[in-house]
Design a protein around this ligand. Structure first.
Ligand code: PEP
Ligand code: MG
Length: 593
């Protein structure tokens, strides 16, 4: 019998964002089709055509939902299948159809745009009514809206991430942080995206989930087939399609070396993060969810240096209540007590968008309505969080920091709200930490330039290098096309870090680094040499950083920092940092097949 010729290997190259190697069949997912529908003008003569397209999309959607409903009925019974009845009712709603057609005619826009506007208006109105039943209908409405938009724009069945049944490598044009947060690790062996780069939040999440990932693959999602066998190398940023026997063999060898390294890293787990000459560095962990406290302990980190609380607000229709937040914060604080837990107040915006709120579209979301700026306008939202953090503070090991501080007024206003929350809790007789330590993130160059003033008013600084680099160098941290310009060792960035450290130390407060730079074992010595007292990294990266710290002489770190501060070249500093890391931990960075 003739054997089928083997497809030949084809390698796509991108940006390595989460280490590890995996192989498996590809599951293809397109996000952007439904994310932002196209808008184009249509004339009066096109209205019938647009209406017919809408009717066809509704019919297609109806048939798809009926098929899903039948599958659910067979698998789980009639009661569970009935949840799709509400979606069917929406499809049959004549008012919706009329409104969309009116919109097309009146505004002269295509049906995708008209429908998206009308549907989101419904969603916003329903979300604003604080009724449990209606809230569930919002989720249905959103689901069906996505499906209709998809059907308007594509003939393919929409891929559904929750329907991934077999272990696979997920290839997508892009994924939102909320979609990434929902990935089932047992099904998604690896993640490959066209968009994104090292410090996009989906990449950061992939690292915390320990899913090997490659971003910035440009057009990968158009060049692969569903089910095609692939090997993903998250160390070197490769996606090999139809990998050859030779490639599979070489990666098998690499996996063995990797296991040996893991064993070496395990050995330092319970050892302190102290340099060879006895300087203690606080090594903490960054977390996104309360369930990660086990990972923090397993990584040998000393508490949490950054709890990204906004993830509690994603993938849901209403924000979590004060009680729910209190329970989450207390769970983390209690699990890690007496180690410190630094809770960062909400940093929504940028690429982290809350589904229940239809925020106005922004041309530059990272320069827009984000983090403390939202909180200082949405007092109820902010106060619920501040009260929850103050209450969790009663555990004794909680600290709090504000993100995206650009001026003193923001700090003053936030603290005024904090004082108000303390007074309320006091009056209500609810336990809280009256002396809660408050710090600020330094992640905007303006904050560095006023660091002396900020330092007088807070207990600590935490440098958010992910944003500090993006805002200093004017390089969008999400954009793979300019990822080569996103340079942590750029002289401007290093001088800003140095200035922040000097201001903190002059005021007698400590300073940490919680951006991804702190989790890079090559750059950690540089940060230590620049005077950072604390490094906070994803639990998946902390062991390698500790391994390096324990083999580092502070004098070498300081010499590296001195070289860096007089250097005019980012690449020269990086080269020197790599040479130092390689000399003190040879082989730690050799993850080439
Ligand atoms: C940072 O900007 O470095 C940071 C830690 O915050 P985030 O990545 O959540 O923006
Ligand atoms: Mg930030």
């Amino acid at each position: 019998m003739a054997t089928r010729p083997q497809a030949s290997e084809h390698v796509l190259r991108g940006i390595p964002v989460s280490s590890g190697v995996c192989r498996g069949p590809i599951f293809l997912f397109h996000r952007s089709q439904s994310a932002s529908p196209l808008r184009y003008p249509v004339g009066p003569n096109d209205v019938d055509h647009e209406t017919a397209r809408f009717e066809q999309a509704l019919l297609r959607t109806r048939n798809q939902i009926l098929a899903i409903q039948e599958r659910v009925r067979q698998a789980m019974g009639a009661e569970d299948a009935a949840i799709f009845d509400a979606q069917m009712l929406m499809l049959d709603d004549p008012v919706l159809l009329d409104e969309v057609v009116r919109h097309i005619r009146r505004d002269g826009v295509n049906v995708e745009h008209a429908f998206s506007i009308v549907a989101h208006r419904y969603i916003t109105t329903l979300s604003a009514i604080g009724d449990e039943y209606l809230r569930e209908r919002v989720a249905d409405m959103r689901d069906v809206t996505e499906r209709i938009l998809h059907n308007l724009q594509s003939n393919e069945e929409p891929a559904d991430l929750s329907r991934i049944a077999e272990p696979c490598i997920l290839v997508a044009d892009d994924l939102t942080p909320s979609q990434t947060a929902l990935l089932d690790k047992s099904k998604v062996l690896g993640l490959a995206t066209d968009q994104g780069s090292k410090t996009s939040h989906s990449a950061i999440l992939a690292r915390s989930l320990r899913i090997p990932a490659v971003a910035g693959l440009e057009s990968a999602s158009q060049r692969v087939r569903n089910g095609q066998l692939a090997l993903l190398d998250g160390f070197n940023g490769l996606l090999a399609l139809d990998p050859s026997e030779q490639t599979l063999y070489e990666y098998g060898q690499l996996a063995r070396r990797r296991l040996a390294l893991e064993d070496r890293l395990q050995e330092v787990r319970n050892q302190p993060a102290v340099t060879l000459d006895g300087t203690a560095i606080t090594l903490s962990a960054n977390i996104e969810k309360p369930s990660e406290t086990d990972d923090v302990r397993a990584a040998g980190a000393e508490g949490v240096g950054l709890f990204r609380t906004e993830y509690l607000f994603l993938n849901r229709d209403t924000p979590p209540s004060e009680e729910e937040q209190f329970a989450a914060y207390r769970e983390v604080a209690a699990a890690l007590n007496p180690q410190p837990v630094i809770i960062r107040t909400l940093d929504l915006g940028g690429d982290k968008v809350m589904t229940h709120r239809q925020a106005p579209e922004e041309h530059n979301p990272f320069l827009g309505w984000r983090a403390i700026r939202i909180c200082l306008q949405e007092h109820d939202l902010f106060r619920a969080q501040l009260r929850a953090i103050l209450r969790a503070g009663a555990c004794g090991n909680v600290k709090m920091m504000y993100p995206m501080i650009s001026g003193l007024e923001e700090l003053t206003q936030a603290n005024a709200l904090l004082d108000r929350c303390k007074a309320e809790l006091q009056a209500e007789g609810i336990a809280f930490d009256a002396g809660l330590e408050v710090g600020v993130m330094i992640e905007i160059p303006a904050a560095v330039m006023i660091a002396e003033a900020l330092a007088k008013r807070v207990r600590f600084f935490s440098i958010g290098t992910n944003d500090l680099i993006q805002y200093t160098l004017a390089v969008d941290r999400m954009n793979p096309r300019i990822a080569h310009l996103y340079e942590p060792t750029h002289p401007a960035v290093l001088r800003l870090i140095q200035r922040t450290v000097q201001a903190a130390h002059a005021a007698g407060i400590w300073v940490g680094v919680c951006g991804e730079m702190a989790g890079d074992p090559v750059l950690a010595p540089l940060l230590i040499g620049l005077g950072a007292d604390e490094l906070s990294a994803s639990p998946s990266l902390a062991p390698a950083v500790k391994f390096l710290i324990r083999r580092l002489q502070l004098a070498d770190a300081r010499a590296l920092a001195a070289f860096a501060l007089q250097s005019e070249s980012g690449p020269a500093v990086l080269e020197k940092a790599q040479a130092l890391a390689e000399s003190i931990a040879p082989g730690l960075f050799q993850m080439k097949p």
